[in-house]
Design a protein around this ligand. Structure first.
Ligand SMILES: *[C@@H]1O[C@H](CO)[C@@H](O)[C@H](O)[C@H]1NC(C)=O
Length: 364
């Protein structure tokens, strides 16, 4: 369980980045002391022990939240080459890696679609390849999970009708067709997809699930000790959801079901972040956008988004400025990364390592 002192940190409104004189003078004195200590306590290799430790500690706490994987980090490991079919009236897109060890169903959120998980290609001309979605797929394939994505019938998933049965039938058909029935089956759903994924184990067996930026339907469904291990990945800025999740984790644990939480925190934008995460967005555009966000006051002096990406009127401001333009295909991709940096409600692949460790530690 990773819980940091989040509430004490001010996140609504810009951070105060001005440095008072007192801090500067105290800082200078500290530096002087450090230099003296450095000279006195030097190691054989010339590196002071303590400074090394302090440095590492600070790096891991922030590095934890700043996306590390680049859009092309998996180029030498795995390529996206999905297969697509219409099934039970909806769009189904999947890929099976060599020697699969498990099967992952990925459920999008409201207004999402299966095409968002896969890159545009001659085989899938209307695929979108949103940065977080595609990285989730690449992480899964690289770790040996077959991935199946399905579009909801309406803009959000429905929880009371036959849609759960449709998805169950599609997954069963896929497992049979690809001869994957014997492998562990896991699911990850974000937002509306998270509620939906919390329902699926009531009608078919899953080895474990990840519910992202959603608390699940645990007030509505009957669960027993056979319900799969459940990991909540959420953004604690969304306080209401955080409270619900805390409640549901306790309910699950009382019933003997493994449950845990991974929290996703805000991170500062940097001039390269968009080029690093979005296929087809080059360094120069990434830097211009960063400068533009700063000049327009959308980010504070430390690079943190002041408001959610959806509320920030960056597209309108960009149109009015007319100094440079952005290919309209890239807008949803940029939007997603801005939402992610603000960390209130967005699909995220940042903690893929923890999510897949959850799956991998509950395979049998
Ligand atoms: C999905 O399609 C299959 C094959 O056509 C059909 O047998 C099944 O009943 C359908 N499922 C639902 C829930 O409509």
């Amino acid at each position: 369980m990773m819980r940091r002192g989040y509430k004490s940190k001010s996140w609504n409104g810009s951070k105060d980045c001005s440095v008072p004189l007192l801090v500067i003078s105290v800082g200078l004195m500290l530096m002087l002391v450090l230099v003296v200590v450095f000279v006195v306590f030097q190691n054989d290799d010339g590196k002071p022990n303590f400074a090394h430790e302090i440095d590492d500690g600070q790096k891991t706490s922030l590095a934890h939240e700043i996306p590390q994987q680049k859009w092309n980090s998996f180029d030498s490991v795995v390529k996206l080459k999905p297969t697509r079919e219409t099934r039970n009236g909806t769009d189904v897109i999947w890929q099976v890696p060599e020697a699969p060890k498990g099967v992952l169903f990925l459920a999008h959120g409201c207004n999402g679609r299966a095409v968002n998980f896969w890159d545009r290609s001659p085989e899938c001309p209307d695929c979108v390849g949103l940065p977080e979605e595609r990285l989730l797929v690449l992480n899964a394939l690289a770790r040996g999970f077959a991935v199946i994505t399905i579009s909801s019938a309406e803009s959000c998933w429905t929880y009371h009708g036959k849609e759960v049965l449709v998805v169950r039938d599609i997954i069963k058909w896929f497992l049979g067709k690809e001869k994957l029935e014997k492998l562990p089956l896991v699911a990850l759903g974000a937002s509306s997809g998270g509620y939906f994924v919390s329902l699926l184990p009531t009608i078919m067996k899953f080895n474990s699930i990840v519910i992202m930026i959603a608390e699940g339907m645990f007030e509505k469904i009957d669960i027993d000790e056979h319900y799969p291990p459940t990991l909540f990945v959420h953004m604690p800025k969304d306080l209401h959801r955080q409270q619900k999740i805390d409640e549901f984790v306790e309910i699950l644990k009382e019933k003997g079901i493994a449950a845990d939480v991974v929290e996703c925190m805000e991170f500062p934008l940097s001039p390269n972040i968009l080029a690093d995460r979005v296929p087809g967005l080059d360094q120069s555009l990434s830097q211009r956008l960063f400068e533009f966000f700063r000049a327009e006051g959308f980010i504070d002096c430390n690079g943190y988004m002041k408001k959610d990406g959806r509320v920030t009127k960056w597209r309108k401001a960009l149109q009015e400025k007319k100094t440079f333009s952005v290919d309209k295909h890239l807008i949803p991709h940029i939007q997603e990364e801005l939402n992610l940096a603000f960390a209130y409600h967005e699909m995220t692949s940042v903690h893929s390592d923890k999510m897949f460790k959850w799956f991998e530690s509950h395979m049998s």
